[in-house]
Design a protein around this ligand. Structure first.
Ligand SMILES: Cc1cc2nc3c(=O)[nH]c(=O)nc-3n(C[C@H](O)[C@H](O)[C@H](O)COP(=O)(O)OP(=O)(O)OC[C@H]3O[C@@H](n4cnc5c(N)ncnc54)[C@H](O)[C@@H]3O)c2cc1C
Length: 396
């Protein structure tokens, strides 16, 4: 593994940093980007959409996309450098993240020439924001159990059913979704991958409020909603293969960022709050717990670098994806739990106090961290994958 950056890569980093310093509006900077992937309201959403458009004009959206589709054909390492600088600048997650990271790359592989020319450029510019309609009330981990039905109506499909946990659907212009087009086929067959204009008659979006008060995701209902047949992606009834392409991109990006900044904030907290009249930091057990978290962050960092090295060498992804997803999301929960031990009663406060100025941020972290053990494949599912595919354990 080579830890050094080349002079060209260092120059690229400076270019990104300079551009962000000059162009990122300060009021768009976020405190904790992990919890702000979906804007809290329409006004902030539209501000972020304008930011995406400005980034697109600067040539910074879809860095890894091929040039023919409006990307920059950047190398993986340039993508990593860009992400580091973007995080350092506290810039918000782009509202078009689902389109850029999931739907766009899937269309490049499976879309018709018309679908590519109609959608890809608008995904980058932010003119079209996409959401992902996979999960349903009875289909999450076992996605192939989905029941939303797309019946043949001639030139179009007639969509009936319900999606749930659809992140950002309240702001989205389009949804990529899975629906059953042949109810008599075995469950992984007879599914098709469709593109739905969210303004279609018969589509109702109902936001769901998380326990941190944020309406991150939604229920989406379809009642005789029509989808033109030209919006079928890939072959009819073979949408499962198309869906797997999207999931591959989702898992490829699901390693998650490091928790180093959380641990540094935890250290600041330990210096500020008091236990039995003394700063918490003066207790040996507190420092030991903090040291353990720092060690785990380093271990995750090198696992991430090992995974990156494999990708740079063109070796197929190993088990690191599931290991990082499982370890990272569970570490986030443990860090938040330790924060509650340090905060005591302050953990319940949603307002800043002189003793704990960032109490609301910690409260949000405590309430939000668990969602990452569910989204993108639950911890139990990751353990199954590691157990069965990596350790060769018998199927449970
Ligand atoms: C923040 C967030 C954002 C999301 N955004 C989207 C989105 O934009 N679009 C979308 O389509 N979906 C989205 N999801 C849904 C997400 O993909 C599902 O919640 C997830 O796949 C789990 O499915 P489920 O909720 O139906 O739970 P279930 O699959 O019903 O699981 C319930 C429990 O049973 C366990 N379990 C299930 N099967 C097994 C097994 N075989 N072995 C052991 N344990 C098992 C699970 O681990 C879990 O603890 C989002 C979820 C979250 C939390």
């Amino acid at each position: 593994m080579d830890f050094e950056y080349s002079p060209e890569q260092e120059a690229f980093r400076r270019e990104v940093r300079t551009w962000l310093d000059a162009n990122l509006p300060k009021e768009l900077c976020v405190d904790d980007s992990m919890d702000e992937r979906v804007a809290p309201n329409r006004e902030v959403f539209e501000e972020r959409r304008r930011w995406q458009s400005a980034m697109h004009a600067g040539g910074w959206v879809g860095l890894s996309w091929p040039r023919e589709y409006g990307g920059r054909a950047a190398s993986l390492i340039e993508q990593v450098i860009f992400d580091e600088e973007y995080g350092r600048a506290r810039a918000p997650v782009l509202p078009g993240y689902s389109g850029i990271g999931l739907c766009g790359p899937t269309l490049m592989q499976w879309g018709t020439p018309e679908q590519k020319s109609r959608f890809l450029r608008r995904i980058l510019s932010g003119e079209d924001i996409w959401c992902q309609g996979y999960s349903e009330p009875g289909a999450g981990s076992d996605l192939a159990s989905l029941q939303t039905r797309a019946a043949d109506g001639g030139d179009y499909f007639v969509l009936n059913g319900q999606k749930v946990w659809t992140s950002g659907a309240q702001f989205a212009d389009w949804m990529f979704l899975l629906a059953r087009t042949d109810p008599d086929a075995p469950k992984h067959r007879g599914i098709s991958y469709l593109l739905l204009d969210m303004k279609t008659e018969g589509v109702t979006v109902r936001p769901l409020v998380l326990m941190n008060g944020h309406a991150h995701f939604n229920e989406v209902f379809f009642e005789d909603a029509r989808v033109a047949k030209q919006n079928l992606v890939g072959p009819l009834n073979e949408g499962w293969k198309v869906a797997m392409t999207t999931l591959m991109f989702e898992r490829g990006g699901a390693g998650g960022g490091g928790h180093g900044s959380q641990v540094r904030r935890l250290v600041e907290l330990a210096r500020r709050v008091r236990i039995d009249g003394r700063p918490a930091w003066e207790n040996r057990w507190v420092r030991q717990r903090l040291a353990q978290f720092a060690i785990e962050c380093e271990a995750a960092k090198y696992t991430r670098l090992r995974s990156l090295t494999r990708r740079l060498k063109g070796i197929p992804p190993g088990p690191e994806g599931s290991v990082l997803k499982l370890f990272g999301s569970e570490l986030g929960v443990r860090i938040a739990q330790f924060a509650t031990e340090l905060l005591g009663g302050y953990a319940l406060l949603g307002e800043a106090t002189p003793a704990v100025p960032d109490a609301p941020r910690w409260q949000n972290r405590v309430l939000s961290s668990r969602q990452y053990t569910i989204a993108g494949g639950t911890s139990e599912i990751q353990r199954n994958i590691i157990g069965e595919r990596t350790l060769g354990l018998p199927k449970g």
